[in-house]
Design a protein around this ligand. Structure first.
Ligand SMILES: [Zn+2]
Length: 509
């Protein structure tokens, strides 16, 4: 049997059996604990008038949002497909921050991966005038939901004296809906994947306003076909409008039903250490899922509208996943999916314009460009190799024991090329030394090579000292076994060319 928890909340479209309380709540205190908050009993309730229980000045340090998607650099296809829609340069709020606890609230404190709600708090002064304050965040402290409320300097309301006053909390609905729809979509996707032997290890979402894709972390990567099948299954459930409800049981109350007892014990281990004496909530999706959860969940799946699973990083046609270690699978749902896909569509058009082709032909065109690029890179490499051999052979044809080659071509301004020239030279002249310099834009490059390590090192040290002059930090490098390389910072001009020539003259002597 289930119980009512008076006083009844204002009616919304949420069915009366959404929140099912399986214990006698007559002893439950009037100040609602987290787990029994109005936002958790009716997720569609946007505003609620309640009473202020306690206020205290808050520490103004910014809070870390626990549900935030901390993206590893370059690890996600989502990061390239979307950018945050967060406003930049928002003005820093002025005024003091207060902590406010209410008897009950529609503003959800973060939990279960779902970021906190924001909203407004309305209170009346002694003359009946209404004053509105921003609720910048809401956090759970033990069993309490703590609102962080910004009070402008000179406010007519004295927050130190507010306990006992009536106050109306209203949730920032677009933000809540985005978080809530994403959270319910995550439960659905996790349930569908779990049935395929892919348990969710963790999940994460960026807070509103963001069009970044949230993720579920799975034991392995998925193929495109697997991701698409999961997406189709989720959307079939969404179209069917499956009902969602919450079972609420008391923490620590002896369970008689054996199956429920095992479940409660299992969930107990997952509950935060500082949440004791509270309730255990199980979110159910008809015929699909039952999972412990403290978030606000849509009363049925139609609120999600649509779920898209981003194609994984495995190659398109691969039949086995490219990753066998824990991997994030990205998805988008609800209005965030619309924003995300609009952005992706525009980027597709931009990419098409960048290579001068309609977006329908983009894949083919880019594949062709990539194949050409590879071919040209290979041809370039071969030509560079051949050129290096020719330059090396020309150097070897000179008669001095120390030969200098200077280059000022951008295409060959790299140690790979200089090394190939040197290799070609020392093959032909094993007992002699080659000095290579290349100057295009700073830094200039210096390479000295010989099969005789002592000679190479002596030449390199002398050149290094001459080029550095008074500025020892200007030339950085070293080497071993007859091969020495350095980068020379700053301008390469007449003085540098003369310094090299001077050293070469000395080496000849
Ligand atoms: Zn959850």
């Amino acid at each position: 049997m289930t119980y009512d928890l008076p006083p009844a909340l204002p009616a919304t479209a949420t069915p009366a059996d959404y929140s099912r309380i399986h214990f006698d709540p007559s002893e439950v205190p009037a100040k609602r604990i987290v787990g029994l908050l109005a936002c958790q009993r009716d997720p569609l309730l946007r505003s609620l008038t309640s009473r202020v229980v306690v206020t205290r000045p808050a520490c103004d340090a910014p809070l870390a949002q626990k549900g935030r998607d901390r993206k590893k650099k370059g690890s996600s296809e989502a990061s390239s497909a979307a950018t945050s829609a967060a406003p930049s340069g928002a003005a820093t709020p002025t005024g003091k921050l207060w902590e406010v606890e209410l008897e009950d609230t529609v503003i959800f404190p973060e939990g279960g991966g779902q970021p906190w709600d924001t909203g407004v708090l309305r209170v009346h002064d002694a003359n009946g005038g209404e004053h509105e304050f921003a609720v910048e965040a809401c956090i759970r402290r033990g069993l309490d939901a703590v609102h962080r409320v910004r009070v402008p300097d000179g406010s007519a309301i004295d927050f130190a004296q507010l306990a006992g006053a009536a106050a109306t909390a209203e949730v920032h609905w677009d933000r809540r809906l985005d978080h809530m729809v994403t959270h319910t979509a995550q439960h659905l996707l996790s349930a569908v994947l779990d049935a395929k032997g892919l348990p969710t290890l963790s999940w994460g979402m960026g807070q509103y306003p963001s069009i970044d894709a949230p993720y579920v972390e799975l034991p392995r990567g998925l193929t495109w076909a697997e991701a698409q099948a999961a997406e189709e299954e989720c959307n079939a459930h969404i179209r069917a409008g499956l009902k969602v409800w919450i079972d609420v049981t008391m923490q620590g109350v002896a369970e008689t039903d054996e199956e429920r007892k095992a479940e409660v014990e299992r969930e107990f281990r997952a509950i935060p250490k500082d949440y004791t004496g509270g309730v255990i909530r199980h979110c159910n999706i008809t015929g699909v899922d039952r999972n412990a959860c403290c978030g606000t969940q849509c009363p049925d799946l139609t609120h999600i509208s649509f779920l898209h699973v981003l194609p994984p990083s495995s190659p398109h046609a691969a039949t086995t996943p490219s990753s066998t270690t824990p991997t994030r699978l990205y998805f988008v749902a609800g209005t965030r999916a619309i924003g995300h896909l609009q952005h992706a569509s525009r980027e597709l058009s931009r990419a098409g314009q960048a290579v001068n082709v309609g977006r329908n032909d983009l894949f083919e065109r880019i594949s062709k460009i990539e194949a050409n690029r590879f071919e040209q890179a290979e041809a370039g490499k071969a030509m560079k190799g051949e050129l290096a051999r020719m330059v090396g052979d020309a150097a070897a044809a000179q008669t001095q024991p120390v030969v200098h080659v200077h280059r000022s071509e951008k295409a060959t301004h790299d140690f790979d090329f200089l090394g190939s020239v040197a290799a070609s030279f020392v093959d032909a002249r094993p007992s002699d030394t080659i000095v290579l310099t290349s100057a295009v834009s700073p830094p200039a490059l210096l390479l000295v090579q010989s099969k005789d390590n002592d000679r190479a090192k002596a030449a390199f040290d002398a050149l290094k000292a001459a080029l550095a002059g008074d500025d020892k930090a200007r030339v950085k490098g070293g080497g071993a076994r007859g091969r020495y390389m350095a980068k020379v910072e700053g301008k390469w001009g007449k003085a540098e060319a003369e310094a090299v020539a001077r050293v070469l003259e000395e080496l000849k002597a």
